[in-house]
Design a binder for this molecule. Sequence first.
Ligand SMILES: CC(C)[C@H](C(=O)O)[C@@H](O)C(=O)O
Ligand code: SF4
Length: 475
Amino acid sequence: MSGTLAEKVWDAHVVRKGTDGAPDLLYIDLHLVHEVTSPQAFEGLRLAGRQVRRPDLTIATEDHNTPTLDIDRPIADTTSRTQIQTLRNNAEEFGVRLHSLGDADQGIVHVVGPQLGLTMPGLTVVCGDSHTSTHGAFGALAFGIGTSEVEHVLATQTLPLAPFRTMAINVEGKLREGTTAKDIILAIIAKIGTGGGQGYVLEYRGEAIRNLSMEARMTICNMSIEAGARAGMIAPDETTFEYIKGRPHAPEGADWDAAVEYWRTLRSDDDAVFDAEVTLDADSLEPFVTWGTNPGQGLPLSASVPDPVDIADESARKAAERALEYMALTPGTPLRDIAVDTVFIGSCTNGRIEDLRAVAEVIKGRKKNDDVRVLVVPGSARVRLQAEAEGLDQVFLDFGAEWRNAGCSMCLGMNPDQLKPGERAASTSNRNFEGRQGKGGRTHLVSPLVAAATAIRGTLSAPADLAPVAEPANA
Ligand SMILES: CC(C)[C@H](C(=O)O)[C@@H](O)C(=O)O
Ligand code: SF4
C-alpha cells in the first residue's frame, strides 16, 4: 500500500491500534529530556513507585537554565540552580544519562541528539519541548510532548497519539546566494500562517530541500511548530546518511548497511496522497525577516513595515496593529532602516557549526557596529569546541562579539541573557512573541547571514548590502 513518509514511520511503531477514534499507542525510540519539563514527570514516577522503563533510550541535557558565562561557578539564579539540580538528582536516581554543564556533550537538546547520532531516520523521537520537530529533518517522526506525556513515556516507552493529517510543502527551484533555509521557513510560515499547519505533519520536499545540508534541514523542521504543525519531516537521502555515519551512536559495519537499506525505503511513495499541498518558489525567495510578534508576521527584507489598513482580514489587521505598537514600528518604514541594539546568534534553529561558519564568513575582517551588542552562543559544547578548533571564536572576538558557552540563552532568556525593556534584537532563533527574549524586548527573526550583516550595519541588512572589505594597502 502506498503511503507518505509520516504514515510509514507511524505504522512501523503502532503497538496497539486505537478503535472507534481512540488514539493509537506508539512505541517511542528516543526520549530526550531537559530540566524545564521533566521535574513533575520524575516526581510522578517517584510517587507511583515506578522506574524509567528504558533508561537506555532516554537521554537528558541541561540547556534552558544554564548560564553562558562563568559555567564553572555555582549558578547564581536560585530558580535556575534548583531546576538544574533537580534534573541532576532525577537522572542519578532513575539511571538516566545526563550531559551536564561543563560536559562536552552538553547543549540544547535538539542540537545534542543529532550530533551524537541518536537521531536517525524512521525513529519516533519525543521530548517535552515543542522544537522536537527539529529531528524530523532526518526522516524521524518527532513530536514535542507535555509533562504528563513525558511521565508516560518514562514509565512505558509508549505514547497514545491522535491521528494526524499530512501536508506536502514543495520547495522547488534553487536558492539564490544570500538566501538560506531560515528564509525558506520564514516565508512558508508567512504564507500558511502560524495556524496553517495545525493537525498536520508537514513533509518538506522538492529540489531546494534536497539541496540543503542536514543543518539547514534542521532549521526548517525546527520551525514547523511555528506554523502550528504537529511535526515536520524530510525524507532521508545520501546527505542524511553522510551526516550520521561515524557519529557516536550510528550503527556500524553490517548494521550500518542494513540500516541504510531500510532508510532508503523511508520516502513518500510517488502515488501517496497528502491531505494538503503548498508550493514555494525558491528561485524568487529573498532574505526574510519578521516585523511583528509572531513568526508568521514576516516579509522580504526589501519590503517596508506593512500598514494594517491594507490587511483585509479583521483579526489579522488587529494583530498587526497590536504587533506594530509593541514593536514600536511605523507603517511604511523600510525594514532595512530598522535599527537594532542586539544581535543574537544561536538557538536550536541556527546555533550549529554551519551557522557559525556562515556568520564568520560574513564578518571576517570587519568590526561590529558600535551601537550593537553581539552575542554568539553555540548550540552545544561540541559546537563551541569545533568552532574554536576552526578559529571561529577569534573571528567573533576580533569582530567585537561576545563568545559564550552553549545553551538556549537569549532565545528565551531563562538565564541572564535577556533583552531589557524596549531593546530590539535581530535574532537567529525561532520565536518573536512579546517578551520572548526579555520583558519588553522586541525581536526580529532573521537568518545567520542577515544577523551578521545587521551586526555590521546596525540596521536590518543582508550581506549584499555591505561594502567590500578594504584590502590592506600592501596586499
Ligand atoms: C521550555 C520549553 C517547554 C519550550 C518549548 O516547549 O518549546 C522552550 O524550549 C521554547 O522554545 O519555548
Ligand atoms: S533554543 Fe530556544 S527554541 Fe530551542 S529549545 Fe531552547 S528555548 Fe526552545
